[in-house]
Design a protein around this ligand. Structure first.
Ligand code: SF4
Length: 362
């Protein structure tokens, strides 16, 4: 289906986090952050591999201590996607993880300390061709900016962001991306809008501290979705007080919803009512789990009756429209002779989907 939902994408510089392009014409990437103790290497690697399995393009790992930096070295060696080392204040940790192969440094230059320290981190990033990610957060604005603006406002977040940006630019370093996050959706969106006009570097989108799974997913979808629909944003992280794996799934769901990027199955399912001829909800839940391994973009419509079933099936790769005892099956919008058992819908639909992928080499 043609994408008419979004404005032309803002033209940003392309940078590389490891071998993953961010910005320019690169696909909008989806990232998350581990929430294990970085020094528990086994647990952190397990989580990284779980995030890789659901499609994480980039993963951030906190490195709060020198001990964690040593652990980061081992973790980096066993990770398949680029890792961003998240560092606050301590420039020595930044230098250490750069040595150990970090693909990006998440550190705010204004928080590093004196000029010698700032220069050492920037020179190190330049020598190793590692980007820096500036992360401005409404909850931790600099004291003088708080005093000047009175409260976190889009202008305050922009002022903080530009302070860090200008330090990098003053050192002739433009290999960076930046976020201006807030837990308030309107504040975050308006801050990104201001920043998007000021710089050409890629923007990392996020609604920070968005909340638990449901509320956080909704806030993130609205905030990130508004920006993406305006053409703003090159990479995103959905911040949830939930399993980071869910952050990646929700991130892809946001991109799928705007048809900006596809991965795996896009389920179209009706909300169900008394007309449903099979148990739509359980079939969808079952298939979402069983088909998590599929990465090929595919629209699958699962509709409980003929009111909307045939129409949705026409624009889906595979669709079912509920009918008495056996339901109608559609492939690429064409109704098939074969009918699907309402009772064994999940099993039969899984077989059809996997067979179609194999048949069409998808
Ligand atoms: Fe009800 Fe049919 Fe609409 Fe589903 S498609 S909600 S079963 S009327």
């Amino acid at each position: 289906m043609k994408n008419t939902a979004v404005n032309e994408r803002r033209k940003s510089h392309k940078i590389y986090v490891g071998d993953v392009a961010v910005g320019g014409d690169a696909p909008i990437t989806v990232q998350s952050m581990t929430n294990t103790n970085t020094c528990d290497i086994a647990a952190t690697l397990k989580q990284i591999h779980a995030l890789e399995a659901v499609g994480a393009d980039i993963i951030r790992v906190s490195v709060p201590t020198m001990e964690a930096a040593e652990c980061f070295k081992t973790i980096k060696a066993s990770s398949h996607v680029p890792l961003i080392a998240d560092i606050h204040f301590d420039y020595r940790i930044a230098l250490k993880v750069a040595d150990y192969g970090a693909d990006c440094l998440r550190i705010n230059p204004g928080n590093i300390g004196n000029e010698t320290r700032i220069r050492s981190v920037i020179d190190c990033a330049r020598d190793r061709n590692i980007p820096i990610r500036i992360g401005v957060n409404a909850g931790s604005l600099e004291r003088d900016i708080q005093e000047k603006f009175g409260e976190p406002t889009p202008e305050a977040l922009l002022a903080s962001a530009m302070r860090h940006v200008n330090i990098l630019l003053d050192h002739n370093f433009d290999n960076f991306k930046i976020s201006v996050k807030a837990s308030d959706v309107n504040l975050a969106v308006n801050s990104y809008r201001l920043l998007a006009r000021e710089i050409q570097q890629p923007l990392h989108l996020g609604i920070t501290e968005a909340g638990g799974f449901r509320a956080g997913a909704v806030k993130s979808a609205i905030g990130i979705g508004m920006l993406l629909s305006e053409g703003i944003g090159d990479t995103l992280r959905v911040s949830l007080a939930a399993d980071p794996v869910e952050e990646i799934k929700v991130g892809f769901d946001i991109l799928k919803s705007l048809r900006l990027r596809s991965r795996g199955i896009n389920f179209i399912a009706c909300p169900t009512c008394s007309r449903q001829e099979f148990d739509v909800i359980s079939v969808v839940n079952e298939l979402e789990q069983r088909l998590e391994d599929i990465v090929t973009p595919l629209d699958v419509s699962i509709i409980g009756c003929v009111v909307n079933g045939p129409g949705e099936a026409l624009v889906s790769t595979i669709g079912v429209a509920g009918s008495k005892t056996k339901s109608a099956l559609y492939m690429h919008g064409v109704r098939q002779q074969k009918r699907m058992s309402n009772e064994h819908m999940a099993d039969e639909l899984e077989i059809e989907i996997r067979a179609l992928l194999a048949r069409e080499g998808m």
